[in-house]
Design a protein. Sequence first.
Length: 316
Amino acid sequence: MDGATLACSAALTRTPHLKHTCCIIGAGEAEARAADLGLPTPDRIVAPLGRSSLALSAIRRFLRDRRPFDAVQCWTAGIEATARRACGPMTRILPLPSPRVLSAAAADAQTRSNRADARRALELTEQDFVVALLADPPNTGDARQFIFLIGLLDIAGATICGLVDARSASLARARRFHARAQINWRLLVSRHAVPSLIAACDAAAVVSRATNSHDKPPTELIAAAHASGVPVVAAASIVQGRLYPDEARPDCTASLGSANAIAGALLRLADDRPRLALLSDAVRRHARELVERSDYARTLQRAWRGRNADAHEEAA
């Protein structure tokens, strides 16, 4: 989960006086994505078949070898459940941080992002209008629907560059559509984590798989995008949440999250660059306020230290 990785990275940066041991559970790709998002990962546990629940023995062995420590902070619900099964009641495993803390930390991780550097990495010019597909994990984003809506924008006269993760759902179908459409817009398929490139974008969109309407919204990635000054167009149910300032909601709301509605919202932003600049400032300011109000680093430190901890060491 890229949002959780961003949050963990920010938490470690904000607490350099504590000793952290960082461990990734997954394949080498997971370690590479973590590095993209600024998280140093000196340790990695291989998850058989990509399932952390099958790594119980390895997790148990890793924690035994790293003792003593004050607490284990897991950053996703799945890893937390696996760690509790692996370690039992004698190991102090902390609950998943609240959505408020995770979003604030993810936003904080992106406050230092640089638009010029990110655009150079993608070989973009200032004239390119770039829209990213946001999904966490990436395979919950529908690349085919996203490419379809970018095509609608091209038909409407807006030249758009689309950025998608290489692990997005229906990517092969999206590539075929793009190849056959014979139109002018570019499709960038990144093997790097999209949040690491989000500062290069002018806007982003949440386009979930039609086959699963219950996918969790990528709230941490929305907060991170806003911290980079990138407004995110999404369904009304997402935009009405605390991640959006009041002045951004009318421009970022896509009724029911349909491709047509998202395309319409993006077209209005592409056609009105002065309004887009104001919107960018508004979401960036709101994200920074979210970070300041949350005081997330102190909240995490209180949980890590507990009431009786003296060494103040934590395994993350």
